[in-house]
Design a protein around this ligand. Structure first.
Ligand SMILES: [Fe+2]
Length: 246
């Protein structure tokens, strides 16, 4: 069995806190409970690693995770700065689909893993075509923005992927392919199935947003992360864990 750890929306800043949250302390605790306790085959930071693209924050994280650098994928979210990420981090699985974006592909235990950059809040046509062409029967895709609206009042209305309608339409016209997405960005745990599109939303390490409210409301300040297990027969098990801290 191979094990993937997804950590998302850590929102590290130039200062030690972000909007009053001890983001460095929270992430450190998550790392202590995960990679410092057991072996992971792949660690994916799925975007909004920093709150304002701070170079110092990427450098801190690079140092903190140095031991694991060959198996980390650094994805950019809408809060990140790719130029600063390129200065501080390594990108072992990067594909040259688009020069200024951080897209990745690798194979883990026969499972094809794709990672799509939505730091510009949308997906480009080359990315969409690449996603559709590269998706086989054993593919999972990591993407910062959920590719469809998914019943989350405030986030769907205000912060969804800009061209999600066009993307959804294209995915639905390939009904023989199952598109399985692991996302961040919404700061909440959720799962969603529509025809051949499946999405798993992963909670943030900073705070969670109430998915039932049409306005912005923090539901709690637990730190969450997701585990994805890939078995010999290429089947997948996934779940989220939380650490209770204030
Ligand atoms: Fe985001």
């Amino acid at each position: 069995m191979k094990k993937i750890l997804q950590i998302t929306d850590t929102h590290l800043d130039e200062e030690l806190t972000t909007h009053g949250y001890d983001v460095y302390g929270k992430l450190s605790l998550v790392l202590r409970e995960t990679i410092e306790k057991e072996d992971f085959d792949l660690i994916i930071f799925s975007g909004d690693i920093t709150d304002k693209g701070s170079l110092k924050a990427y450098q801190w994280l690079a140092e903190k995770t140095k031991k694991y650098q060959d198996k980390i994928i650094w994805m950019a979210g809408n809060h990140d700065n790719i130029a600063h990420m390129e200065k501080a981090l390594n990108f072992p699985f990067r594909v040259k689909l688009e020069k200024n974006k951080l897209n990745y592909q690798l194979n883990l235990n026969g499972v094809n893993i794709l990672c799509l950059d939505t730091s510009e809040k949308s997906l480009s046509l080359p990315q969409i075509n690449w996603l559709i062409e590269s998706t086989n029967e054993n593919t999972i895709t990591f993407i910062h923005h959920p590719p469809m609206i998914c019943g989350s009042g405030y986030m769907d209305k205000n912060h969804s992927l800009q061209n999600q309608e066009m993307l959804t339409e294209k995915l639905l016209t390939n009904p023989n392919k199952l598109f399985r997405f692991f996302c961040g960005h919404y700061h909440q745990e959720s799962c969603f199935l529509h025809k051949n599109i499946q999405m798993f939303l992963t909670p943030s390490t900073m705070f969670q947003i109430d998915k039932y409210k049409p306005y912005f409301q923090i539901s709690n300040s637990q730190s969450g992360y997701r585990i994805i297990e890939i078995y010999q027969d290429k089947s997948i098990k996934t779940y989220c864990n939380y650490i209770h801290i204030n």
